[in-house]
Design a protein around this ligand. Sequence first.
Ligand code: P1T
Length: 384
Amino acid sequence: MGKGISTTAVHSGQDPDPSFGDVIPPIHLSSTFAQSSPGEHKGFDYSRAGNPTRARYETCLAALENGRYAFAFSSGLAAIDAIVRTLKPGDQVLCSDDVYGGTFRLFERILKNQQIEFRFADLTDHSQLEQNLGANTRYIWAETPTNPLLKVIDLAHLAKIARSRSIKLAVDNTFATPVFQKPLDLGADIVVHSVTKYLNGHSDVIGGAVMTNDEDLAEQLQFIQFAAGAVQAPFDCYLAHRGIKTLAIRMKCHQTSAMIVARHLEQHKGVERVLYPGLPSHPQHKLASTQMQGFSGMLSFYIKGDLQTAKTFLSSTRLFCLAESLGGVESLIEHPALMTHASLPAEMREKLGIQDTLIRLSVGIEDVEDLIEDLDQALEKANC
Ligand code: P1T
């Protein structure tokens, strides 16, 4: 098999089916599998434990991230939850301060009650990283680029610090995707994805995935997947596996258009500041240019004005759909403070810079001239 990511995406886990030679393997919807005598079967006994459609898809997921193991979960948050379930009471996680609001909510409102301590720090600042490591830190948890502020964190540095202290490094690679960033190659122990986003790419599946090369972690994750049961259903595995085939070409289009949109907004009189790792004005642009092979399709910006200006703008776009989520072929727009990051305490949002004028775009694969025209007419309506 070829080593390029497009080849992997199209072929991995997609050998023709042996029964009739289907080039697209059939979907195995069965919840259970016949046994010839107790414990004797053809490799699958019950679909929570394993399913042929899921197994093919997991083969592809692992290959995309250069991992040996992958596990498919029913959502990105279920995948994140499974990773933290490898910890025990008293253990600590040091997490990047800017993460998806739902990740913060899961950590602080559910897993914290199980006596797991979460610390949040700006991991772009290496002194904050060192200061916040404790004797019981078991995971460093990084989203990069972060959601929604697009901060870029130095994964090779984190991996070095983590390794020197026998801490595991977990990276949420949802925004970058393996097309633009491969955390395991940079020294991470675990990669997690909200498959709901770019991997599936068509806004019609909720899913999550965990990839690793660590045999011990893989054994624990497989057990948690089986025993806790938040597995991805076969039909959703099929859809996500199908979506992945076009991942590389979609990502190239997302990033080309996002760069054009970012440059356009940066010179617009109605825009205060644009956050996009591909812009030279981005504080970690240099790091992003070496750590990533592309800058992806997510960008945020501060609109000039106040909450009302932002609301008018958000209600005025026609192509950009006002909705949570990201990474689909269609462009989405949202207001982090009132939508995806509403679960963060107001002081934390303020401190981070998730203000009322912050707007996040997921730039889709439509014609970029149409996208710009849409943003311009909405900015005009908002009196910018
Ligand atoms: O929605 P779910 O599949 O459970 O994935 C959670 C998740 C995990 N990690 C990152 C970086 C994410 O962005 C998300 C989900 N994010 C959104 C729904 C959003 O609009 O930002």
